[in-house]
Design a protein around this ligand. Structure first.
Ligand code: SF4
Length: 378
């Protein structure tokens, strides 16, 4: 198998000054968007049913055979400028067999090729299955939107379809926190993501404190995506979202890297409050704002069908399949020809912005043509 990336020893540390998932990095390097990141959905099984789950409608109780791992590895190997992979679900570690036969080999491939890896997990299962990832994984990404075990019970099983015993939920919550602490102590980079929504917007500083206590290395903050289970939940007004971010910036631990992503505030808005917030985010030490990778430098591959999507959770039909075409070619067609990409594919280098996330644009800017705008705020 061809290995044509950098030697692992030369890899730059992931830090506020280097985030290889941010599409602005490759856009500046190549002068146009190129595929540098591949996300793979390795399961649709999960032990939770969160109220806001953006892939909730895909979750199942039993799943079919996957495409051969060799085909997935070959497809990755053909991506000329691959820098990062992400592994997602469901709960990717739900079955031990998936950990041993799919996740570990994918991470080993990434490590041998000198590319960065991330896995998205709820971290509520037994420690041993996460410990196996320690030698290979760069970023363990978890969701954390709670101030107590009661929050976790209420949010985490809202779509179960049957009542889940409080004691069971509390045990899982404590397991997640214990796993996060132990894995952090063992050297794992844990990035805890909180969403800003109608439940969390007044509690973010408290959520942040628990994330610091667990030893996480980064706190990610995104607005809730109105997809799948979250589609019917109340949309938070932009003013409340701005206020929530300011309150978090006021109270945060300045030593912890904070990464904001898919924010609905843009330098082309011409709105004084947005401009003030964007300036503050840019000035604060240890705070970064990531451009959305989905469809910019990343595609999602469903490992049951081989279908290729712009993201694991948007209701945008697949636009290719790894059984039939190379990922670079599938991506180029999306980038150059797809009408949805043409709607949001803007770029203002002075403010380091390469356009809105499709779902966020749809939630807050339905009739705005971003391609006809340009940054006003610097
Ligand atoms: S890149 Fe697009 S969204 Fe960002 S400031 Fe420019 S026009 Fe606005």
């Amino acid at each position: 198998m061809k290995i044509d990336n950098h030697n692992t020893d030369e890899l730059r540390d992931i830090s506020p000054s280097y985030d290889p998932w941010d599409p602005i990095v490759s856009l500046r390097e190549f002068g146009r968007h190129v595929l540098t990141s591949v996300e793979m959905t390795v399961t649709n099984l999960c032990n939770m049913r969160c109220e806001h789950c953006a892939v909730g409608d895909s979750l199942v109780l039993k799943e079919p055979e996957q495409i051969p791992l060799s085909l997935m590895l070959k497809s990755l190997d053909q991506v000329e400028n691959l820098r990062t992979i992400s592994i997602t679900g469901g709960e990717p570690t739900f079955r031990r067999q998936t950990v041993d036969e799919v996740i570990v080999p994918l991470l080993q491939y990434a490590k041998s090729r000198g590319i960065r890896s991330q896995i998205n997990s709820n971290l509520t299962l037994d420690y041993e299955r996460y410990e196996k990832l320690l030698p290979y994984l760069d970023v363990m990404h978890i969701s954390f939107n709670y101030t107590s075990e009661r929050d976790f019970h209420e949010v985490g099983f809202a779509r179960s379809g049957h009542p889940v015993n409080a004691e069971t939920a509390y045990r899982m919550y404590n397991k997640m926190m214990e796993n996060a602490r132990r894995l952090s102590e063992a050297g794992m980079f844990i990035s805890a993501e909180s969403m800003i929504n109608y439940r969390t917007h007044e509690k973010l500083p408290e959520i942040h404190r628990l994330i610091v206590e667990m030893g996480c290395r980064r706190h990610e903050v995104h607005p809730m995506y109105a997809a799948d289970f979250a589609e019917g939940l109340p949309v938070l007004p932009l003013a409340d979202m701005r206020r929530a971010i300011h309150s978090l910036l006021d109270d945060r631990d300045p030593d912890l890297w904070m990464l904001f992503g898919t924010l609905p505030f843009f330098a082309c808005n011409g709105n004084g409050e947005d401009a003030e917030l964007l300036r503050r985010l840019r000035k604060e030490p240890n705070v970064t704002v990531r451009n959305d990778p989905d469809g910019r430098n990343r595609v999602n591959v469903n490992m049951f069908t081989g279908d290729v999507y712009v993201t694991d959770f948007a209701a945008i039909p697949a636009f290719g399949n790894v059984k039939e075409a190379k990922l670079d070619d599938i991506f180029a067609k999306w980038r150059d020809d797809h009408p949805l990409n043409r709607k949001v594919n803007c770029h203002c280098d002075a403010v380091g912005c390469c356009g809105p996330n499709l779902l966020v644009a749809d939630m807050y800017y339905k009739d705005i043509d971003f391609k006809s705008r340009t940054a006003i705020t610097l």
